[in-house]
Design a protein around this ligand. Structure first.
Ligand SMILES: Cc1cc2nc3c(=O)[nH]c(=O)nc-3n(C[C@H](O)[C@H](O)[C@H](O)COP(=O)(O)O)c2cc1C
Length: 183
């Protein structure tokens, strides 16, 4: 039996604990949605790299030349979707994305494992047409390392359970007080 989703405070506590737990290796894959440069919504899987309850922010890492960065520069509105199968908990974190690279994130580079660093430094740039599947180079390049930080405006949480499914919306402008929604 899960009591944590029966109160707005309990669910809010649990969802932030879920995001903190998601950072432990292997970090959770989440879906990042943005507004495409050409038409409508776009989505892709990314790895959750940070979760800060005090600031109500979560972060992911990417290549500064990737299409998602261009999209977020054009329109910073974004949603991160998370699903915890064990908890039966879906989160939609909606907000605006802050894009940081260079000196602002240089302190993180030494903590990036060697195997992951090559994700930041694909040549030609991610999404560029290439003549063969392996016609690209992956050389770690700190200058291409970017941190995308979602400044969360609202969290839509859905908990599936045997008796009642429960859904709540928490908004920054309401100081995360929360309100129940029909699921
Ligand atoms: C399991 C998985 C994890 C991924 N993690 C990341 C990630 O943390 N950061 C990232 O930029 N791309 C990640 N990718 C690749 C993206 O899904 C996407 O293909 C790539 O970033 C290009 O997206 P864009 O063209 O929308 O920028 C991951 C893909 C998979 C399948």
């Amino acid at each position: 039996m899960t009591d944590w989703s029966k109160s707005l405070t309990g669910l809010h506590e649990r969802l932030w604990q879920d995001l903190a737990d998601a950072l432990a290796p292997p970090a959770r894959r989440v879906v990042l949605s943005s507004i495409s440069l050409t038409s409508g919504p776009e989505a892709r899987m990314v790895v959750l790299r940070a979760a800060d309850r005090g600031r109500a922010e979560v972060a992911v890492h990417t290549d500064i030349l990737s299409t998602k960065v261009a999209e977020l520069r054009a329109d910073p509105h974004a949603t991160i979707h998370s699903w915890n199968e064990t908890l039966q908990l879906q989160l939609r974190l909606r907000g605006t994305m802050r894009i940081e690279t260079g000196a602002a994130v240089a302190h993180l580079w030494p903590r990036i494992p060697d195997g992951s660093r090559s994700s930041y430094g694909v040549t030609p740039a991610p999404g560029t047409p290439i003549p063969a599947s392996d016609a690209y180079d992956r050389t770690p390049d700190q200058a291409k390392f970017a941190v995308l930080t979602l400044e969360i405006a609202e969290i839509d949480a859905v908990h599936l359970s045997g008796d009642y499914h429960r859904r709540a919306l928490y908004r920054r402008q309401d100081r995360w007080h929360g309100a129940w929604l029909a699921p």
